[in-house]
Design a protein around this ligand. Structure first.
Ligand SMILES: [Zn+2]
Ligand SMILES: [Zn+2]
Ligand SMILES: [Zn+2]
Length: 271
């Protein structure tokens, strides 16, 4: 399984859209891995996780033909993960797609409800969508996907995902606070090869909604203790907010002793 991190920032991007703070100024000055767009990842070359407003830019900078992406997993309806308006551009005259290339979208009720309300499912867009509920497992051709309940937005069934492909398992863990008990229970029977964890708050601790370094260290410890992970499991931090303040090299330094790697835009892993 190949994982390409397309975007590794929280909702506002880093440097943030309108921000003049010190962390954003430093990111602008240093550039490189400190420039972070909104969160998304490409699995192999046909499965996309989340659809942020920066997807257009991701296709350009990574040479991705979005028309050829077959499956899209959406974690929740926040705008930095689900930029609904751009899905309308999959229909003519905005897009001319050769042959019947269906995009199958999986998400919670809120996500799928909005696609249907905007009439974006159908022959013109060639979009099909399906609601996934927490703890539901689906087979999507060569992928097996288990949706787990996140601790995030009240009133919405936000999801994190376990994606299995050819014997390797990815845990996609944004946006969420420390995992809820029932998610831990579902994870207990599984083995994860790569765990991607919400690190929105950087060095700060956050109760619920998102995580910071103190929480992802605890997640890693618990995963190892419960046999969900072992010494070979890769732990990757992502979804960074400027309010965390640590630039990429500083994150590397802080996370290295815990065996956690900070992601950056364009970071690619083969497992
Ligand atoms: Zn987010
Ligand atoms: Zn800022
Ligand atoms: Zn969110």
């Amino acid at each position: 399984m190949r994982i390409t991190f397309l975007g590794t920032a929280a909702a506002e991007g880093w440097p943030a859209l309108f921000c003049e703070c010190r962390a954003c100024q430093r990111a602008r000055e240093k550039g490189g891995k400190n420039i972070r767009s909104r969160s998304s990842a490409l699995i192999n070359n046909d499965l996309l996780i989340d659809f942020p407003p920066d997807t257009y830019m991701h296709t350009i900078s990574n040479g991705i033909f979005l028309s050829r992406i077959k499956y899209l997993l959406i974690t929740h309806s926040h705008q930095d993960h689900f930029y609904l308006e751009d899905l309308a551009l999959r229909a003519p005259p905005f897009a001319h797609i050769e042959g019947k290339k269906i995009l199958r979208i999986f998400g919670n009720q809120s996500v799928v409800g909005r696609i249907k309300n905007h009439r974006l499912e159908g022959d013109k867009t060639m979009i099909e969508c399906r609601v996934l509920r927490s703890f539901e497992e689906v087979k999507i051709e060569e992928y097996r996907v288990l949706a787990l309940r996140a601790d995030h937005q009240e009133g919405e069934e936000c999801l994190i995902y376990l994606v299995n492909n050819k014997g390797k398992t990815l845990l996609w863990g944004t946006d969420t606070g420390f995992f809820p008990e029932d998610a831990w229970a579902a994870l207990k029977k599984r083995k994860v090869d790569i765990a991607v964890l919400d690190t929105t708050s950087g060095p700060h601790s956050t109760p619920g909604y998102h995580m910071g370094i103190p929480e992802i260290i605890k997640v890693r410890e618990k995963m190892i203790k419960e046999g969900v992970a072992d010494g070979k499991t890769l732990f990757i931090a992502t979804h960074f907010s400027h309010n965390g303040g640590l630039l990429h090299e500083e994150l590397e330094e802080v996370l290295q002793p815990y065996g956690i790697i900070p992601a950056y835009d364009g970071f690619q892993i083969n497992i």
